[in-house]
Ligand binder design. Structure first.
Ligand code: FEO
Ligand code: CA
Ligand code: CA
Length: 738
């Protein structure tokens, strides 16, 4: 999600990328001691042969060995084989000639049969409780797990599976309610509306199956695996923060349980067959009372401020105002009782985690894995599992000026754990090291461990960490303590199964200022080598006025190769794989040489499919005068395949090889005012799932701007726009994209 919730559609103006990093870290370009010459940096890349990074054991693991990972070969050369889709503003999902689109499920579709399970009526009349068994709103990250005849994880199965989908948020003021939200003087006076919103968030699990017709898939309504996890579902807390005083609430006085996962943006998956869902903009639903600071320690106030929850803050969704019932009252992180076990002062600390779900066991409780740290988690992307090596997961914190993280498990991967559910999760995800990334100007980088034993953390002047539970709960503050690199909003990551290199989108940053400018606040940052561009992009809006995007409005994608090819390495080399830009932008803005077939802005979703094809999705507000958001397919090279460059604004950087129509090509354009986010591909490469979030988000019930997904088949549709999952296949049944 990339929008500022405005008073027009939400009760309380809120920018979900609000800057809370005060920006005291040393600027990258000021770290002169670490700087090597450009020539030295580039020389450093030459020694590592492409494809040799992981060695033969890793490549055989990716190639379907006996470790239980996907059985799809990654040794064949990839070649894009479709005609690029033109940029457009149609109220349709447009795909290349020879491809077809069907709708798998949309907001409100029933997962089951029975009472209260009528089909979507298009008038918002569905009951609140029915959303425990209906598809939620705001489709986002997702993953496809092959399902065996016996009902277990079968990684290589393509014709039957479980599709897990995040439902990030309620797209106000449209489809969910009969007439939008009812708010009187900042109070949600209709409790059933709030109850419905609580259940419309979270995750859906549904069985999907190919019919006799070929490669397209449909939902198996009534499957015993179909399930909703919502913002009210009971879940366990595991890892270093389990039982900590930081998580004590009235609901769980011992700090071992909580309710709900919220604002689930992107996702991850584990090699043992569980789903990871990640909590991003949970500030949407949390309030804090006036005068609360006086009831807190100075340390608590520091933490609450760093994570963006000041006192006297109304929750944008106002859930806490819907009544005294615990279902609603728990959404204010305020001191109201004599002790933490008597109120919800700590509810704030129960969000911002990575949550593990076992889709194959509908009775199992989701588990918040605290060892992976707490921040605005976009997602959690694993490196390919290799027998005898740790599980490695890359993560980003999506707010301007925030950090990139990496988790390395203590336990070493053993393929016997495939199918082990959350018990396997406990083995790999509850004990490990959490690192934060520092990108140096010379193209090198370090992973700095966020450990209470690190003197910079233990002795941090601005926040006195008590223990490791405190460190991971306040990973942002620990990142500040070690001067991690502030990035242009880390969104999705992905790891190339062919060579182990990791990629992460940096979607945009309106807060970069010109290298020659004087900052007017400590959060304004000058460009640095890994976030190098400053420029202005102006365009004429529909009403004739001129809009100007400043900073890095089009975003970029950074990638890195771990030192020596070891996933557990603590240093890496990086470059900027691709810079978003309009094709007609100046050369120092359009640094990757994008053309009409592949120009894009604000990369967000990112996914290496099982074949090693890279998919790039956009959530844009800068190029939307020309085109709706889109998805591109790419065949990437490797770190160091480009060279030195100077970005708009004059900052030196290291970029990857220029894009060509053969290496990056537009595959899909979404409907009006949507975001394309969330993707999965079956192991055989024949079925592609893509999520379309918030079509028509700038319209209203009385003046709708989109009628998608109904408009996909009915150009005269007048129905409400809804977030949905689409299935894309080739009409000849062939593999998608290549
Ligand atoms: Fe939910 Fe960072 O996008
Ligand atoms: Ca996103
Ligand atoms: Ca986004």
């Amino acid at each position: 999600m990339n929008h500022s919730i405005t008073p027009a559609d939400e009760p309380n103006g809120y920018d979900d990328n609000e800057i809370v990093n005060p920006g005291a870290n040393p600027h990258m370009n000021e770290l002169l001691a670490a700087r090597l010459s450009r020539r030295q940096a580039l020389k450093g890349y030459v020694g590592v042969a492409a494809g040799a990074l992981l060695g033969t054991s890793a490549l055989s693991a990716c190639g379907g060995g006996d470790d239980g990972t996907s059985g799809t070969a990654t040794s064949q050369a990839l070649s894009l084989a479709f005609t690029a889709v033109d940029k457009n503003k149609k109220d349709l999902v447009t795909v290349p000639a020879g491809y077809q689109v069907s709708i798998l499920h949309a907001l409100g579709d029933p997962l089951h049969y029975g009472d209260d399970m009528a089909s979507w009526k298009d008038d918002g009349s569905e009951s609140a409780a029915s959303y425990n068994r209906r598809i939620g709103d705001g489709h986002d990250g997702m993953y496809y797990f092959g399902l065996s005849e016996a009902g277990a994880y079968q990684a290589d199965r393509s014709d039957r599976g479980l599709l897990c989908v995040n439902h990030e948020y309620v797209v106000g003021p449209y489809a969910l309610h009969a007439n939008g939200r009812t708010i009187v003087n900042n109070v949600r006076t209709v409790a059933a509306e709030v109850e419905k919103e609580i259940y419309a968030h979270g995750v859906s699990v549904c069985e999907v199956k190919r019919g006799s017709s070929g490669t397209a898939m449909s939902m198996v309504r009534g499957s015993r695996f179909n399930r909703r996890i919502t913002s009210a579902t009971e879940m366990d807390i595991a890892g270093p923060v389990r039982g900590s005083a930081l998580l004590v609430t009235k609901f769980s006085p011992t700090g071992v349980k909580t309710r709900g996962t919220n604002n689930n943006c992107a996702n991850g998956y584990t090699p043992w067959g569980t789903y990871l869902t990640c909590e991003e903009n949970y500030l949407n639903v949390l309030a804090r009372a006036a005068g609360d600071n006086a009831k807190r320690s100075a340390k608590e106030v520091t933490a609450l401020t760093r994570y963006g929850l000041p006192e006297n803050r109304r929750s944008p969704y106002l859930w806490d105002t819907a009544g005294s019932d615990d279902l609603f009252a728990r959404w204010t992180s305020s001191v109201t009782g004599a002790a933490a076990a008597e109120d919800y002062r700590n509810v704030f600390n129960t969000f911002g985690w990575v949550v593990e779900i076992d889709p194959f066991n509908p009775e199992s409780a989701p588990v918040k894995r605290t060892a992976l740290g707490r921040f605005n988690h976009e997602g959690a992307w694993p490196a390919p599992a290799v027998a005898g090596q740790p599980i490695v997961i890359y993560m980003g914190d999506d707010s301007r000026n925030e950090y990139i993280y990496k988790y390395v498990s203590k336990a070493l991967w053993d393929a016997k754990d495939v199918g082990g559910g959350v018990a396997a999760g406990a083995k790999y995800l509850d004990d490990g090291k959490l690192y934060v990334a520092k990108f140096n100007a010379d193209g090198s980088g370090q992973w700095i461990e966020l450990s209470i034993d690190n003197p910079a953390i233990k002795g941090y002047a601005k926040y006195s960490f008590a223990d490791q539970a405190d460190v991971v709960t306040h990973a942002r503050l620990a990142g500040d303590a070690v001067a991690a690199t502030m990035m242009d909003r880390p969104e999705w990551g992905a790891v190339n199964p062919r060579n182990g290199e990791a990629y992460m989108t940096l979607t945009n940053n309106s807060n970069r200022i010109a290298p020659t400018a004087t900052a007017t606040s400590s959060s304004q940052l000058k460009p640095d080598a890994a976030n190098p561009r400053y420029y202005e992009d102006s365009y004429t809006k529909a009403d004739g006025t001129t809009a100007v995007n400043k900073g890095n409005p089009n975003g970029h994608i950074v990638r890195w190769r771990e030192a020596g090819g070891s996933v557990a390495a603590t240093s890496f080399n990086w470059d900027v794989y691709l810079f978003g830009a309009q094709a007609d932008a100046p050369a120092d803005v359009n640094l990757s040489g994008l053309t009409a077939v592949n120009d894009f802005s604000s990369p967000d979703g990112l996914y290496f499919d099982p074949r090693g094809l890279l998919w790039i999705q956009t959530d844009d507000g800068a190029y939307t005068d020309v085109t709706n958001c889109m998805m591109l397919a790419a065949v990437p090279g490797q770190v160091g395949d480009g060279g030195a460059a100077t970005a708009a604004g004059g900052t030196a950087t290291v970029k990857g090889a220029n894009a060509t129509p053969d290496t990056v090509r537009r595959f899909l354009v979404g409907p009006v005012e949507c975001e394309i986010t969330g993707i999965a591909v079956t192991p055989d490469g024949r079925t592609l799932f893509v999520n379309v979030q918030h079509p028509g988000e700038d319209g209203s019930l009385t003046a709708p701007t989109s009628h998608w997904p109904d408009s996909q088949a009915n150009a005269a549709s007048t129905r409400r726009p809804r977030s949905a999952t689409v299935v894309v296949t080739r009409t000849d049944g062939g593999t998608v994209g290549v």
